[in-house]
Design a protein around this ligand. Structure first.
Ligand code: GLC
Length: 430
């Protein structure tokens, strides 16, 4: 009997989920094209099929709005049982909506970072020239249409925009939102995955309520900033954006484009990031609730994302890593917990080992964290996390997330970014 290598199995998962123009994040649970999933999927595809990686990116860009937003989901008119379906968003009431069906919100902007990484391995100036204007317009939209205080930090208007839907970071904000006249809806996400591994009902109602508010505002950017009941400056989103701005700048330089506008964003975010998010007492980065004007003091793995962007000083990095990541009561494996890195600190009363973004291990977070650790010279710890992550995949398959206690898989099977990142993280050791 021959054993199929992890890399061959990863390639099979990406092929299995290949819908022709785009790759589904999961075969049943996520049957359309998701924004940051597709960026990572393109990175994975680039290891064995570069033209297909380019097609993945082109397909995502086909959903770009006139105002520059790249939406969280491009539906590509694929029939599916996914909820919410494309019609639910009613984006046709916005003058900015694209001709293809999409959601009306965005997701963390990983794409420029991915395009740069692929280009550094397989230089292709024509492709960079083709996608650069779209990337620039998206970044400009985040730094303007989503900037409420002239800080150049971007606001998110829905937890889905954070990519970490039911993270305990958003609980307090949700408590302040009382859905009135909730539209009729029936969840689809618990059809294929156990309800105990998915968001609670009260959060789900608020996810839907927010969409109803946005569609009544016809997705007008100024109205959304003024009236969205949920408005946050997210550490994870803004760290990814800063890193992506740097990567966009490098792409611009390679094309001989002027970079003054990007330099302006980088300067302003660099100046404002630590002031806005760093909590000196806790030694953690906290998200910011714009509506109440308060930091959100919840300790989740989002606090490590600034390392990925090179934003902390050496001292801040040391406090994050030595004070928290290596702390056996918060994140480091100890006792019942055997794997890196739980998405919520285990000292948080809201930590739940199998529920979605409430605490399981996610491959994407481990990848960000390992990359960030390497930037700050913590190579040994980065390697430990990389190997632990690949070990989880080897043992439990390409799952959406994992229970850190026994390494068992949760959520969707055959999850595309777990496969894409297995390819990328295996490459890291070469
Ligand atoms: C969930 C995740 C989000 C991801 C999507 C598709 O909504 O929270 O980050 O992009 O699934 O995988």
């Amino acid at each position: 009997m021959t054993t199929v290598s992890l890399l061959d199995r990863a390639i099979s998962v990406l092929r299995l989920n290949d819908a022709g123009m785009f790759t589904k994040p999961g075969p049943h649970q996520y049957p359309h094209q998701w924004n940051w999933d597709s960026a990572l999927i393109a990175l994975g595809l680039s290891h064995f099929d570069l033209p297909r990686a380019h097609l993945e990116i082109r397909s995502l860009l086909s959903g770009q709005w006139q105002d520059g937003m790249i939406p969280s989901v491009v539906y590509h008119s694929m029939p599916s049982d996914y909820f919410p379906p494309s019609q639910f968003w009613q984006i046709e009431n916005s003058p900015s909506a694209p001709p293809v069906p999409t959601t009306g919100i965005t997701q963390p902007p990983l794409l420029a970072t991915v395009v740069r990484r692929i280009d550094s391995r397989h230089p292709n100036p024509d492709f960079v020239r083709e996608v650069y204007p779209s990337l620039l317009r998206w970044h400009r939209w985040m730094h303007t249409a989503r900037d409420i205080d002239d800080s150049a930090l971007a606001c998110i208007i829905h937890p889905w925009e954070s990519g970490t839907d039911d993270s305990p970071r958003w609980l307090r904000l949700f408590e302040a939102i009382q859905p009135e006249a909730l539209p009729e809806f029936r969840r689809g996400d618990t059809r294929y995955v156990a309800a105990a591994e998915r968001p609670n009902r009260s959060e789900y109602e608020r996810f839907i309520y927010l969409i109803d508010v946005f569609r009544k505002l016809n997705y007008a950017p100024t109205a959304l900033l003024a009236h969205s009941p949920f408005l946050a400056q997210d550490v994870l989103f803004n760290a990814i954006l800063f890193r992506a701005d740097e990567d966009l700048r490098a792409l611009g330089v390679s094309l001989g484009e002027p970079t003054g506008e990007i330099d302006g964003w980088l300067d302003r975010v660099q100046g404002n990031f630590n002031t806005r998010f760093w909590d000196e007492g806790a030694g953690l980065y906290y998200d910011y609730d714009v509506r109440s004007g308060n930091p959100i003091p919840v300790n989740t793995a989002a606090t490590f994302l600034p390392l990925f962007a090179g934003l902390p000083s050496r001292e801040q990095a040391q406090r994050l890593v030595e004070g928290h990541l290596l702390n056996p009561v918060e994140y480091a494996p100890s006792g019942q917990v055997r794997h890196w890195v739980t998405t919520t600190a285990r000292t948080e009363p809201t930590w739940e080992p199998r529920r979605y973004w409430r605490g399981p291990v996610w491959v994407i977070m481990n990848w960000f964290i390992a990359e960030g650790l390497r930037r700050y010279g913590y190579d040994g710890l980065a390697e430990t996390i990389r190997q632990d992550t690949l070990g989880l995949i080897e043992t439990s398959g390409f799952r959406e997330y994992y229970d850190a206690r026994d390494g068992s898989g949760c959520g969707s099977d055959d999850f595309s970014w777990s496969a894409a990142l297995a390819l990328e993280m295996s490459h890291d050791s070469k």
